[in-house]
Design a protein around this ligand. Sequence first.
Ligand code: NAD
Length: 485
Amino acid sequence: MSYDTQPKASHFIDGHYVEDTAGAPIDVVYPATGAVIARVHAATPAILDRAIESGVRAQKIWSGMSGTERGRVLRRAADLMRERNHALSVLETFDTGKPYQETSVVDATSGADALEYFGGLAGSLTGEHIQLGEDWVYTRREPLGLCVGIGAWNYPTQIACWKGAPALACGNAMIFKPSETTPLCALKVAEILHEAGAPAGLYNVVQGLGEVGASLVNDPRVDKVSLTGSVPTGKKVYAAAAQNMKHVTMELGGKSPLIIFDDADLEDAVGGAILGNFYSSGQVCSNGTRVFVQDGLRAAFVARLKERLEQVVLGDPQDPETNFGPLVSARQMDIVKGYISKGIEEGARLVCGGEALTQDGFWLTPAVFDGVTDDMTIAREEIFGPVMSVLSFTDEQEVIERANDTEFGLSAGVFTRDLARAHRVVAQMQAGTCFINSYNDAPVEAPFGGMKMSGIGRENSKEAIGHYSQVKSVYVRMGRVEAPF
Ligand code: NAD
């Protein structure tokens, strides 16, 4: 397929593509073939300064506009994203290796949903009036200022929009730094927002590795940081932000439980486990990678899962028939292979998959382990690849305790026909996002985020507004001031 993956320049700043080849080169690799498909350069201090200065300037203009005017720009950007969905999806597939079958319905489209949703909310953001006898207090919901978004590599377009849309709706500017592994798509988001009428500099994109992210987090002109990434990076960014008491949102890793009771619909439960483990080749933070199956259903569950996994179509990710792509990088593939070896070493039974394909690119077949116990490495650590662990359980209280016995708390799912039990179980799950007879749905209307080490703050929904704005309260005295002396 001929497609120009090389961006016009590495960064998008102040309404323009901008280059500075003094920055370290970053090669962009197509995960399906291992071929270099583009090259960008990491931001230099001069580039970062330009991004910050223009962001601060644009934010002043933007926050002076009415919410309805801001919302109109975001909604126009949503329309442009939907019109260009095909080209954006092809690019996302090159950037990440995820099959077009996924990117064409999930990435730019969910980004557009966020722009549309927060565009719709922008005009209705208000403060409160609090009457105190004659006196009264009113509150103003004000923007934070200049926000920094730092992305992971699994959903580059979606992350750029999930952070940008609420930030902009609240009257902030944003500088977004995509993951160095997938630098291409966020540039398109910046281009589209500019075309939709955002003031130059309002949404800038700069490239670079962790140190570029760290420079942004440490800059005193930045007011808020929203990170999507791993727990170790989250700890560093949170600690750095604390030095200047900056606002933070942390969307971090997980090792989420998916609990399947004996009475569950077998096909739905298997389908949920497939979606929650193998979509995007398992590179999804909220995946339900610890699949607890009640004793009575376990054998049937594993047998049916194995059968359905035979239907995987692994191949050219740009082919709409392909439903399973490669891992994002050689490094990620090595990490996942390491976990598969560890699983075998520690005594789990490899039911199927886990084979590295001898072809170019970073291909690994979807792996299922049965007979996994709570203490095994594959049941404790986030793998971020197509590896499912099946664990068995006997009763409800036991599985609740075991499901919560993790440092993470991103998601949890339960499959059962007994709805009273379903609600009772999710009420006890230490997880920010739960599913009943489903897995991994992430509509923009619903809050998304983690408990415990999986993060702080929430993305999407009205909850996100509180994380991109601050409240000022104003006391108004109507009578005389009575002072003691
Ligand atoms: P990562 O933590 O290695 O990197 C994330 C981003 O942080 C990258 O852009 C990186 O350049 C940047 N970074 C690294 N060090 C930094 C520093 N010191 N200061 C500032 N920025 C720094 O994560 P990854 O490998 O890109 O992504 C995979 C991880 O992300 C997994 O743990 C996954 O669970 C998590 N994730 C979470 C969510 C969520 O919404 N909760 C979504 C997707 C991915």
